[in-house]
Design a protein around this ligand. Structure first.
Ligand code: CTP
Ligand code: CA
Length: 229
């Protein structure tokens, strides 16, 4: 079957993309965050729009330039806000791509005034509580949606990613090595391995995040059309 290479391959599909790292506030001036730059999610959102999708981007990164032709951008900070935004749009979505690095723990208490150190204080202990696993919840509630997760790993990439593919019930897991500075978090390039249930892993070699985004979206488009046929 002949298929167009890229244009219109996601025509009118409703695509939800999350991007960036969440920030969990401790007090009005401090938060717990991570090194996710949002660039991979932005590249995916922009390319999905170019492929004809109706894209909503949920982002923690208001300083990044918004890609052309998105349907909507929603800015969030915390894991809880990101979860609320995703939940409100999940039923209508055909594809959900969780590229955001969501905090696993947040401060047990938010202190409404700046925390002051005491004279002579030499250490401080923070109590943290687990945040909900948004992607796992989406996996449990999945109906028609094609669900995509990322796995950020510094070691034993494939073993850890394989566990996440199954545990979170996703259709595609993008395994992302974040231990090297030329790729992954913060970089303009990436190299990933795609894991799908009952399919051999597929390595996408080092390339710009735009190229990686295109390859990921082409796989998604192919999966959607084989579901329809
Ligand atoms: N994720 C999520 N909600 C969380 C944590 C993670 O939805 N509270 C999603 C991320 O958006 C990503 C996937 O789960 O798509 C994997 O995130 P990752 O941090 O690699 O894995 P975790 O399951 O959090 O496991 P760990 O950090 O312990 O490796
Ligand atoms: Ca995590």
């Amino acid at each position: 079957v002949y298929r167009q290479l890229t244009p219109n391959r996601l025509q009118d599909k409703v695509v939800l993309v999350t991007a960036g790292g969440t920030q969990e506030p401790l007090d009005p001036v401090r938060y717990i965050g991570n090194r996710s730059s949002g660039k991979m999610g932005y590249a995916i959102a922009g390319m999905a729009a170019q492929m004809g999708a109706k894209v909503t981007l949920i982002s923690t990164r208001p300083e990044l330039a918004v890609p052309a032709n998105l349907a909507q951008v929603i800015y969030v900070r915390t894991a809880a806000e990101l979860q609320g935004a995703v939940a409100s749009l999940y039923n209508e979505a055909d594809v959900v791509i969780m590229a955001a690095a969501v905090a696993d723990f947040k401060p047990a208490q938010y202190v409404s005034q700046k925390i002051k150190k005491q004279v002579g204080q030499t250490d401080m202990t923070l109590e943290l509580n687990r945040t909900p696993d948004i992607l796992a919840t989406l996996g449990q509630e999945k109906k028609k949606q094609y669900l995509v997760g990322f796995a950020a790993e510094t070691n034993d990439l494939m073993a850890h990613a394989q566990v996440k593919l199954t545990a979170k019930q996703v259709d595609l897991l993008v395994a992302n090595d974040v231990s090297q500075t030329d790729r992954g978090f913060g970089a303009d390039q990436n190299a990933v391995t795609l894991l799908r249930p009952n399919q051999a892993p597929e390595a996408l070699p080092l390339a710009s995040k735009k190229v990686i985004a295109t390859q990921i979206l082409e796989r998604i488009s192919t999966a959607l059309s084989s579901k329809e046929e």
